[in-house]
Design a protein around this ligand. Structure first.
Ligand code: ZN
Ligand code: ZN
Length: 375
């Protein structure tokens, strides 16, 4: 999709605030209460650190929004550009009760949407301050908006994808017999930052039998010749958008049972990607991968969903899992990452981030899918 690449800026945030306010109104929520985290960053670009003092965007269905911040963080909130978005900035003094302040200013309202990731202590303080107001999850309104990416967001995810691909491209330098998973992971983490990420989100180096545990991170196990190694890595770019990609390597010739199931996995991953198009149910993409693996007799060894949405969080909507009848829309961005795990022996996973385009899948990771044999 050729287009001018532009950074996410003021007009994107204003658009997001407007759409969130309309969606809140349609859901009969008088306001959304958004605390620091990915929803706050999505709506106003403010990457505030969650802490005990209340920072809260009060996004009102009627369209006037407030940003309530501890007085000492006023300058930080302004530096994030929030004053350009038409928000009223309301600093609260150190000894004030910010929950009462929000309740007083909102007046009597019947229902608010509370940030899915708000700390429970804050949600409970709001409930005390507004006893007649029902709390629902703001995610019911925000998740569907966040799931469909704009061209600017797809650009950011593509940059993240290229950055993590460049780390996988160097794997032969680090995956060598005699080195521990932890030593390899340290090199990978440094490379994730060198590739342009500002944060390392996770580094999984799962060698030999550890490969059979999908979320094994690292251990002191020393790599041996003939080991298959699952490497699943991701980080956060300066824009806040994230990468997540898995390749499976082998140190020299892989064991015969591994070599037998790996092509099945590769076919399953390709089948799921090929199924991606607007209108298909998310669960049918999962089925496309699962059927290939089941037909080859490995059904019991594929023990997780096929994928998850990605954006300002590594895991977000839409989830590619049986039971999710939600339909794919152009602009959805998500992982396709089937795996086969043989307990006590080894495992394999192949993961790419895919965008659902108008006419089919657009992969954002482009490294080869075969076994990454390292001689
Ligand atoms: Zn991953
Ligand atoms: Zn993933």
């Amino acid at each position: 999709m050729p287009h001018e690449s532009t950074e996410i800026g003021r007009s994107d945030y204003i658009n997001r605030l407007d759409r969130a306010a309309s969606a809140a109104a349609s859901a009969r929520l008088d306001a959304l209460l958004i605390s620091p985290g990915s929803d706050l960053r999505y709506l106003i670009g403010y990457d505030a650190i969650p802490m005990e003092r209340l920072t809260c965007l009060v996004l009102r269905a009627t369209g006037e929004h407030w940003l309530v911040v501890p007085e000492l963080e006023t300058a930080a909130a302004q530096a994030a550009g929030t004053q350009d978005l038409g928000l009223e900035l309301i600093p609260w003094p150190e000894t004030a009760d910010p929950f009462a302040l929000v309740a007083d200013r909102l007046g009597t309202v019947s229902a608010v949407g509370v940030d899915n990731h708000m700390w429970a202590e804050k949600s409970l303080r709001f409930a005390e301050a507004m006893p007649a107001t029902a709390q629902r999850l703001a995610g019911s309104v925000l998740d569907p908006l966040r799931a469909v990416k704009t061209v600017h967001e797809i650009d950011e995810l593509a940059r993240a994808g290229a950055a993590i691909d460049s780390v996988h491209a160097q794997m032969a330098n680090w995956l060598q017999p005699g080195r521990s998973e932890r030593e390899v992971a340290d090199d990978i983490a440094a490379a994730i930052l060198e590739a342009g990420h500002v944060q390392v989100d996770f580094v999984i180096v799962a060698s030999g039998p550890n490969g059979a545990s999908p979320h094994h991170e690292v251990s002191d196990r020393v790599l041996e010749s003939g080991d298959p190694v699952v490497v699943d890595i991701g980080g956060t770019m300066p824009s806040g958008y994230r990468s997540d990609s898995t390749r499976t390597y082998s140190l020299g010739e892989p064991p015969p049972d591994f070599a037998e199931y790996y092509p099945v996995l590769q076919a399953a991953q390709a089948a799921a990607v090929a199924a991606v198009r607007p209108g298909i149910a998310c669960q049918d993409i999962d089925t496309a991968a699962r059927t290939v693996i089941a037909d080859a007799g490995y059904a019991d060894l594929f023990i997780h969903r096929t994928g998850h949405g990605i954006g300002l969080q590594t895991h977000e909507n839409p989830y590619i899992v049986e039971g999710n009848t939600e339909t794919m829309q152009a602009g959805h961005a998500f992982s396709v990452e089937p795996g086969i795990y043989l307990p006590g022996r080894h495992g394999a996973r192949i993961e790419d981030i895919i965008v659902c385009g108008d006419n089919g899948p657009i992969p954002l990771n482009k490294r080869p899918h075969g076994i990454g044999v390292i001689e």
